[in-house]
Design a protein around this ligand. Structure first.
Ligand code: NDP
Length: 239
């Protein structure tokens, strides 16, 4: 049984990814920050359904906290599937953006990627098999007014994806990013109403977390062995 870690597993998209990876036979570490209770409830539900999961919590911006939790976890068995899904947005038009809005959004996505991925790297490399999937955003591909910080953070994640993919391709490890458009979670509810979604999305609906999780489940599978360094958008035709 492969071990998988999903950061932000307590959130809307993360929870669906955890369910999907558990259904595919992984032991899933469901990561949370403030929402440990939600991650624990999900772990209980997955286990009740015959899957294998456990919850854990740390702030991905805190490198020491991440290492304290992750290093002992991979001492005996590597985490071979990592989904860097934790992310926040804090929108503001650029002239009015406060420095802390800029830094915090980048801290969670970019430094969070480093703090979580780096401690898992050597055990994964030694196992000669791995899947790293970074949850990016369409905002990094098309840009989005009011999201200069978020686009910059997700754009950096896309670039890190490509470089790391090149670095470890020969070790049997793939690194890809999934860039969702508008997905039906509390994060998007606060940003888009139904009319706005119908205007922006050719399919005239938001995507579901399960649709994103299905793509990630495929990228995490053995069948996706030759896909690496890609930014794959899932967006209902927003292009
Ligand atoms: P949610 O707000 O539901 O979930 C966000 C998750 O990130 C939560 O589990 C939260 O943990 C975790 N998180 C936030 N800050 C930290 C931190 N400092 N340390 C550790 N974990 C943290 O959002 P979604 O499920 O909608 O989003 C998931 C990902 O998908 C994000 O990266 C987002 O940018 C991306 N995305 C979402 C889209 C959408 O339309 N929903 C579109 C495009 C991309 P906790 O709650 O436990 O504190």
């Amino acid at each position: 049984m492969k071990n998988a870690l999903v950061t932000g597993g307590s959130g809307g998209i993360g929870a669906a990814i955890c369910r999907r990876l558990a259904a595919d036979g992984c032991h899933v570490y469901i990561h949370a920050h403030r929402g440990l209770q939600a991650a624990q409830t999900l772990a209980v539900a997955i286990c009740a359904g015959g899957g294998s999961a456990q919850a854990l919590a740390f702030d991905v911006t805190d490198s020491a906290a991440a290492a304290d939790v992750l290093t002992p976890l991979v001492e005996h068995q590597p985490i071979q599937i990592l989904v860097n899904n934790a992310g926040i947005h804090d929108d503001a038009v650029f002239p009015g953006m406060r420095a802390e809005q800029w830094h915090r959004v980048i801290d969670v996505s970019v430094n969070g990627f480093f703090n979580v991925t780096q401690p898992l790297m050597m055990p994964m490399i030694r196992s000669r098999w791995g899947r790293i999937i970074n949850v990016s955003s369409i905002a990094a591909l098309t840009g989005n007014a009011g999201q200069v910080n978020y686009s910059a953070a997700k754009g950096a994640l896309n670039s890190a994806t490509k470089s790391l993919a090149r670095e470890i391709a020969s070790r049997g490890i793939t690194v890809n990013a999934v860039a969702p458009g508008i997905i039906d979670t509390p994060m998007s509810e606060s940003a888009f109403d139904a009319r706005e979604i119908a205007r922006l999305v050719p399919m005239k609906r938001a995507g579901s977390p399960a649709e994103v999780a299905d793509l990630i489940g495929f990228l995490a599978s053995a069948q996706a062995a030759y896909i690496t360094g890609q930014i794959i958008s899932i967006n209902g035709g927003m292009i």
